[in-house]
Design a protein around this ligand. Structure first.
Ligand code: GLA
Length: 376
């Protein structure tokens, strides 16, 4: 009898093992699940994307950024009048899909109404630039009101300052000494506006005891020239006691622009400052911006191009996994190719032509890039 039971149990084990193995191997992980021991995986959603995209797409991520809806001109379109309606609806959407939210962006030269910098002088009845003190007050009020509104129920990070670094100067691209973009913020407050923004943000975070991290966010931060400028700026911020937790590397690439070496060097350099890193706006434009095109991929993305794009995504994620201890989240600047700002972006040579920058295609199917990212 004992023998019979032993044999039966052995047989049962043999029969069940392959099934359990198969079902285990075949479990379809969502991207965020596959990366759960690495970093958060996020995407930028517009309000339209929230309304349009089904659960299958939204459930791939555990972090969401509002593409535009938390920018200054959306939240405080006229002075003192805040409008949180759309942003709140989007936070609800994030909540429904178990995504935390990256707040983007508090202080930026774009999407910022002119009243921020100019005001009506009551004595002369003419428009004039704000004084330093006036601008500081406008900035402080915006930062405090917005951070305090969203608290930390879902929002876990804020881009406090976006794109303060100068790309190109009159002396040319090689000039590393001219760090700051000549925005209205800079013109009125000088470089201190960045330190101030972080201090104002930290003030309210501490007053309300919020668990929210504060980031400096910019594009092209792996480019050695811009990286060196960023390092100078970040060192200055740290010396001045700016309460900065990390750096957001936007990571907008195009077909001809990704360098594994530069990407890795930059991640190492920012980590060496003791800063956390988030990849905040990752996408890969399928047109090489250094080339002149006659044929655009207006109707279809050629497979050969999709493969090159997938290689870029794959290589970048290989590096990101290697530095997982220094990286807390990685977000794409969009979800699927049917909805992308790149189709109509006047700063791009491909403006007006169909682009395919993401890891889901126009029909929401997984692209080669998706599989590259998941293949480890
Ligand atoms: C920058 C901004 C984003 C978005 C993109 C679009 O990266 O940070 O909010 O506007 O540009 O190009």
């Amino acid at each position: 009898m004992k023998n019979k039971i032993t044999r039966f149990l052995a047989l049962l084990t043999i029969c069940l093992t392959p099934f359990s193995l198969i079902s285990c191997n075949n479990k379809e992980y969502k991207i965020y699940e596959k990366y759960s021991s690495y970093f958060k995986i996020g995407a930028a959603f517009s309000k339209i994307a929230c309304d349009m995209y089904d659960d299958n797409l939204s459930n791939e991520f555990n972090s969401m950024t509002c593409e535009n809806e938390m920018k200054w001109e959306y939240l405080q379109p006229s002075e003192g009048e805040f409008n949180f309606l759309e942003a709140d609806e989007m936070v609800e959407f994030a909540k429904k899909h178990n995504m935390k939210v990256r707040g983007h962006a508090l202080v930026w030269h774009n999407a910022c109404p002119q009243y921020v910098f100019d005001t009506l002088d009551e004595t002369t009845n003419k428009i004039r630039a704000r004084t330093k003190d006036e601008l500081k007050e406008v900035m402080r009020n915006h930062i405090r009101t917005v951070i305090s509104h969203f608290k930390d129920d879902y929002v876990y990070a804020w881009d406090v300052v976006n794109e303060a670094i100068n790309d190109e100067t009159e002396e040319g691209k090689e000039d590393r000494s001219n760090i700051y973009r000549g925005s209205d913020w800079y013109k009125i407050l000088g470089e201190d506006y960045i330190v101030l923004a972080f201090k104002y943000a930290k003030e309210i975070v501490e007053e309300e005891n919020l668990n929210v991290k504060l980031y400096y966010n910019d594009y092209d931060l792996a480019n050695p020239i811009k990286r060196d400028k960023a390092l100078l700026m970040l060192n200055h911020l740290l010396e001045e006691g700016a309460p900065i937790d990390g750096i957001g590397m936007q990571s907008h690439y195009h077909l001809g622009s990704f360098s594994m070496e530069y990407f890795e060097e930059a991640i190492k350099a920012y980590s060496n400052l003791g800063l956390d890193i988030q990849i905040t706006e990752f996408d890969v434009n399928v047109y090489d911006r250094t080339k002149t095109y006659i044929d655009w991929y207006d109707f279809e993305l050629p497979e050969s191009i999709e493969k090159i794009q997938a290689t870029i995504y794959g290589r970048a994620f290989e590096i990101l996994r290697k530095y997982k201890d220094n990286i807390s989240s990685v977000s794409f600047w969009g979800v699927a190719d049917d909805l992308t700002y790149m189709d109509n972006d006047i700063t791009l040579p491909s403006n007006g032509h169909k682009n395919y920058p993401y890891i889901f295609d126009i029909d929401h199917n997984k692209k080669l890039s998706y599989y590259e990212i998941m293949d480890f």
